[in-house]
Design a protein around this ligand. Structure first.
Ligand code: IPD
Length: 306
């Protein structure tokens, strides 16, 4: 049966009070799922594969996404849900929750701390490039005990979660520490004005043919930037751009659940997020950076041979 309501225009703005409340929900849920992922990890982590033999999903991805879906069914039953592991659930409102229960799954599998839970709420269709935009979201970094969050028009921040034992080393490095009572800090992107001095984060897909293409582009990028980092979680890479620990991020082939919350974190921290061709992340890639280098990076990417 067709839906009689007009499709929401992803350009329409939501009311400020509503998006602030959505940020609070996103933050709470990301922290809850992060605690499950961090604290309930079994000794023998059961793993299966998806698009290739290296594209893994663990029992904890499934457990965290199930938790997020159950909580959203209680708190926001009217909204749609679009998750990495559980697919799409239709809703009756204009909003869709976009969930990545563990972003950086390979890091998680290997016991590397750079993994995250990403929870975002978007308008438009997150399954179609250019047809959606985030209005609130949060990225929990469970190993650090930190959560990054933002809502449209309300800035971006990183907080030491009161529910977690925050690692003092990590918190201090991020400018927040529960010991000194400073538990939250506003985020701002960096301001290098030339790509030559920009530290660029990127990532690679799981399919060999995608990687071959990514490696070919890297050959053109690497000589033009300060250096390149591959952290293993697109969501945390975008948090790093928002927090000024990376100057820019580019990746081709990410999914909406990898970038939905991080995209908003960057723009609310004063940066710009676009596609390579379009004004929103597109099939050619996601480009995120401070205003000083975004245009230069995008022009470089546009000029690369297909
Ligand atoms: C992956 C990570 C990685 C990026 C990949 C993503 P997953 O997500 O974000 O950094 O390079 O493109 O697929 O599989 O860990 O959720």
């Amino acid at each position: 049966m067709s839906d009689p309501r007009p499709a929401p225009d992803p350009g329409d703005r939501a009311a400020p009070a509503q998006v602030a409340e959505l940020e609070r929900i996103a933050r709470d849920l990301a922290v809850e799922a992060g605690r499950i992922v961090r604290d309930e990890r079994p000794r023998d982590l059961a793993v299966s594969t998806k698009s290739s033999r290296t594209d893994v999903v663990t029992v904890m991805d499934a457990a965290a996404e199930t938790h997020l879906r159950e909580r959203l069914a209680q708190l926001r039953p009217q909204d749609a849900v679009y998750g990495e592991e559980g697919g799409a659930r239709a809703g009756r409102s204009d909003l869709t929750w976009v969930l990545d229960p563990i972003d950086g799954t390979v890091n998680y599998l290997y016991g590397i701390e750079e993994y995250a839970v990403s929870v975002a709420v978007v308008v438009g269709d997150p399954g179609v490039h250019g047809a959606w935009r985030p209005v609130a979201g949060a990225v929990a970094h469970p190993a650090a005990g930190l959560v990054y969050s933002a809502h449209e028009g309300g800035g971006a921040r990183v907080s030491a979660s009161q529910d977690w034992s925050v690692l003092a080393r990590e918190a201090a490095a991020h400018g927040v520490t529960s010991q000194t009572g400073v538990t939250s800090r506003d985020l701002a992107t960096t301001r290098p004005d030339t790509l030559e001095l920009a530290l660029l984060g990127t990532g690679f897909g799981y399919r060999p043919e995608v990687r071959r293409d990514q490696a070919r582009r890297l050959v053109h990028l690497l000589p033009r930037v300060r250096d390149i980092r591959r952290g293993g979680s697109a969501a945390l890479d975008l948090c790093a751009v928002a927090a000024g620990r990376l100057d820019a991020y580019y990746e081709r082939g990410v999914h909406s659940w990898d970038i939905a919350a991080g995209w908003l974190l960057v723009t609310e921290a004063g940066g710009i997020v676009s596609g390579v061709e379009g004004s929103r992340p597109d099939a050619h890639g996601t480009v995120a950076a401070g205003p000083g280098v975004h245009a230069e990076l995008r022009e470089l990417l546009r000029g690369l041979p297909e």
